[in-house]
Design a protein around this ligand. Structure first.
Ligand code: CUA
Length: 349
């Protein structure tokens, strides 16, 4: 019996290229799921809401795996024990076959779907919902712009971009807004995503169990540089966060040295000052990110390049090189002038 089954299996082999593609696809999906995407993986949660989401993901993955495995096993049984070549004749069924169709085709899917629906709605949605304002200790306003995030701390003068600092183990009320199109704020290790909708304020709880850096990404297609619209959340010990916030409230650090002073003159005399704000100076533009404490940030251009002098110089020389389509124009300055600008900007701590 076993030998004849095996022979039949060999005789009409399954279409092997298709099977191979399916197996590789499945292996890649599992590898991706297990590896996650490092510091931006919803499968490495660092807060209660994110843990709920990860739990739901794994449960759904497990249940789907069992269902898929069961379906494949039954398909194989049916195929290997068939009495005729070709597709099985659909006609009279035995009671056992009808029972199997009812149990596996109706009862089990209904029970599983109701269970998942209940868990998702009663537990996960509830835990990831907008927090009660009274239950949070700090509010951070994050505004989407094509293509960077402006970050404000209401009640303070602090403004920054793309890099949100929060105190660790503190319930933070994140308010998401937009200045142009719909974006979506998503920091997968900390919570679900919220869309930023014109004329509307969405809220979500931002909470981190451990100090560290959590990567986020705009999760709604918003134009040419949507993919270069990332953000970091730094969860710091509370006293370090307070020191950071105090420093961010200060106006411009006056330029030290002739080169930096020359850079400031160039900044104020050119278009820079009409697009960017540096508090404590005449620069009050609101098209680009606030630069009052530019040096505080670890990255530039929505995490596209590191915040280093050499990158800053190349960015100012040709702003469209790293991020084509962004609103910053090339100013046609000489390299010596750009170097002075960089010296000034690097002093903005
Ligand atoms: Cu902003 Cu996509």
């Amino acid at each position: 019996m076993a030998r004849s089954t095996l022979r039949r299996f060999r005789q009409d082999r399954l279409p092997s290229p298709l099977i191979r593609v399916a197996l590789w696809g499945a292996a890649a999906a599992v590898a991706l799921a297990v590896a996650g995407c490092g510091e931006q993986s919803p499968l490495k949660p660092e807060s209660d809401p994110a843990r709920d989401i990860a739990k739901l993901t794994w449960w759904m993955f497990g249940i789907a795996g069992v269902v898929f495995g069961g379906a494949v096993v039954m398909l194989l049984i049916g195929w290997l024990t068939r009495r005729e070549e070709g597709l099985p004749f659909i006609g009279k069924r035995s009671n056992v076959e009808t029972g199997a169709v009812v149990v596996f085709g109706i009862v089990i899917p209904v029970v599983v779907l109701i269970g998942v629906f209940a868990f998702a709605n009663l537990v996960v949605l509830d835990d990831t919902d907008a927090p009660k304002a009274s239950s949070t200790e700090l509010t951070v306003e994050v505004t989407g712009n094509q293509w960077f995030w402006e970050v404000r701390y209401p009640g303070t003068k602090a403004v920054t971009a793309n890099e949100i600092h929060i105190p660790v183990r503190t319930r933070v009320n994140l308010v998401g807004k937009t200045d142009d199109v719909i974006h979506s704020i998503w920091i997968p290790q900390l919570n679900r995503k919220i869309d930023t909708v014109p004329g509307h304020r969405n809220r979500i709880l931002l909470y981190a169990d451990k100090p560290g850096r959590y990567r986020g990404q705009c999760a709604e297609f918003c134009g040419l540089q949507h993919a270069h619209m990332s953000m970091y959340v730094f969860a710091d010990p509370p006293e370090r966060f307070r020191a950071w916030l105090r420093n961010m409230e200060r106006p411009e650090a006056p330029p030290a040295g002739p080169s930096a002073r020359g850079g400031k003159r160039i900044f104020m005399a050119n278009q820079c000052a009409s697009c960017h704000t540096i508090r404590g100076t005449a620069a009050r533009g609101d098209i680009g990110p606030d630069l009052t404490h530019l040096r505080d940030r670890t990255t530039l251009a929505g995490l596209t390049i590191p915040n280093r002098g050499d990158y800053l110089l190349r960015w100012i020389r040709d702003p469209q090189h790293f991020k084509p389509g962004n609103k910053m124009p090339a100013l046609g300055l000489s390299d010596a002038q750009i170097q002075k600008l960089v010296t000034y900007l690097e002093g903005l701590r």
